[in-house]
Design a protein around this ligand. Structure first.
Ligand SMILES: O=C(CO)COP(=O)(O)O
Length: 274
């Protein structure tokens, strides 16, 4: 994958669509096919801006077949994984299986997993380790709830989640990770954190990575913002220095909307310095 040379990034931007528990395997294939056609029609350069989708587990085999069969440049991942590789863990999915299905990424610690399933930072550290064991890139999600933001301790809280979930991760592994800042109050609410909020937290995360590891590592890790991202606000958020991509929920289910988010550079043309 080559690095974007748009002057704003020295890390390849990643536009990721988290379908959550939407789209059965038939709907998922249709959505992905339409997305690929739309982006091909627009001559999207996938080396310049990477596009990933995170369908439900039951869609992954169909997605693999479509991507391989039609040689689509879209990559994909799962929304969760087990910390274990195999055994008596009814209902869980091993990272090994996801790797066999051609997944590049896996979400770890999405706020809905943390809130609904009570996933702790300690558990998430074991999921990050499991992902790395199976050559999957963890997209580690962190972010604060509304009360914490209102109390003004959002940075401290988010960095604590980060440190807890990265326990045991080496510098080399950390550089390959993707970290998504998703403030809980902005998810599915229409309430979007401003570009300055996204930048503040991404800069704090990058700074924390340089303290935990070193500056070179921190400079390589890609940081995403997520929470009510739409085509109308993506370009503003993505122009921030430390924001390397977006993790999109609702808007990733709408092909035209998501394709426009992927093509955010298009909306930046007049603002990009020569
Ligand atoms: O949770 C999210 C992506 O993982 C964000 O969801 P929305 O874009 O629907 O707010």
């Amino acid at each position: 994958m080559t690095t974007s040379t748009n002057g704003k990034f020295d890390r390849t931007p990643l536009i990721a669509g988290n379908w959550k528990m939407n789209m059965d395997h038939v709907q998922g294939i249709t959505l992905l096919q339409k997305l690929a056609w739309t982006l091909a029609d627009a001559n999207h350069d996938f080396d310049r801006v990477e596009v990933a989708v995170f369908p439900p587990f039951t869609d992954l085999r169909g997605v693999q077949t479509l991507v391989a069969g039609d040689d689509l440049p879209v990559v994909y991942g799962a929304q969760d994984l087990s910390p274990h590789d195999s055994g008596a863990y009814t209902g869980d999915i091993s990272g090994q299986f996801l790797s066999r299905l051609g997944c590049r990424y896996v979400l770890v610690g999405h706020s809905e997993r943390r809130a609904i399933h009570g996933e702790s930072d300690a558990l998430l550290a074991t999921k990050v380790a499991a992902a790395l064991r199976h050559c999957l890139v963890p997209v580690l999600c962190v972010g604060e709830a509304l009360e914490i933001r209102q109390a003004g301790s959002h940075v401290e809280h988010t960095l604590e989640q980060l440190r807890g979930s990265l326990a045991g991760v080496t510098a080399e592994q950390a550089a390959s990770l993707v970290i998504a800042y998703e403030p809980v109050w902005a998810i599915g609410t229409g309430e979007v954190a401003g570009p300055a909020d996204a930048q503040e937290m991404c800069a704090a995360i990058r700074n924390e990575l340089s303290e935990l590891y070193d500056t070179a590592t921190a400079a390589r890790t890609r940081l995403l913002y997520g929470g009510s991202v739409k085509a109308s606000n993506a370009a503003q958020i993505l122009r921030e220095r430390d924001v390397d991509g977006v993790l999109v929920g609702g808007a990733s289910l709408d092909v035209a909307e998501f394709a426009n988010i992927v093509r955010f550079e298009h909306h930046l043309v007049t603002d990009t310095p020569a």
